[in-house]
Design a protein around this ligand. Sequence first.
Ligand SMILES: CC(C)(COP(=O)(O)OP(=O)(O)OC[C@H]1O[C@@H](n2cnc3c(N)ncnc32)[C@H](O)[C@@H]1OP(=O)(O)O)[C@@H](O)C(=O)NCCC(=O)NCCS
Length: 181
Amino acid sequence: MPKGKRSLSKKLAGKPPSVSRSEMIEVVLPNDANLLGNILGGRVMHLIDITGAIAAHRHSNSHVVTASVDYIDFRNPIKVGDLVMLRSEVNRAFHTSIEVGVDVFSENVLTGKRTHTSSAYVTYVAIDQNDKPHPVPPVIPHTPAEKRRYREAGIRRRIRLAHRYGRGLAEEAKRLERRRK
Ligand SMILES: CC(C)(COP(=O)(O)OP(=O)(O)OC[C@H]1O[C@@H](n2cnc3c(N)ncnc32)[C@H](O)[C@@H]1OP(=O)(O)O)[C@@H](O)C(=O)NCCC(=O)NCCS
């Protein structure tokens, strides 16, 4: 990364995660479902990407692209006619990238019962007019939960970048340490 990118990033004013907090709700329609009447996993992934991107936009006030999606599981089915509700929030911003946490819930409209169905961590990169990564404001966590998510985002970053750049975890940790100095 060019030197200027890091120093500019440092000058940007930090923002709390609450600035980026976003929520999206949809009703599950037959077109979104498989033959069992459950929403398709791909549809949920699409909604996760959109809700996560909204949080990244709000944090960075910039265009963003999806760089990676960490592990996603589907713990409970969401049925046609249920509401699917997604909540997103920026956990941590690095130099040009932003980790967003997205939780997915289903809600039965007749009983009001709400069930947590998925969680995902998605990384977005802020992009300038020339499609080049550009610096984003840091995140300033306030609550104990925000501070925990911030800390854990640093650990997840090491793992995903080790995968991305084909390095071992120890090597990746050393590289990040060198960049911080
Ligand atoms: C994401 C993308 C912009 C990264 O570009 P790049 O040339 O590899 O840029 P860099 O190596 O300078 O990395 C830029 C940032 O992306 C991050 N990044 C790159 N790959 C990543 C990955 N797999 N997971 C998480 N972050 C990643 C880097 O850590 C860096 O963040 P930092 O500045 O906060 O440290 C580029 O790969 C891209 O445009 N991908 C396609 C995005 C897209 O179209 N998504 C929609 C689905 S196809």
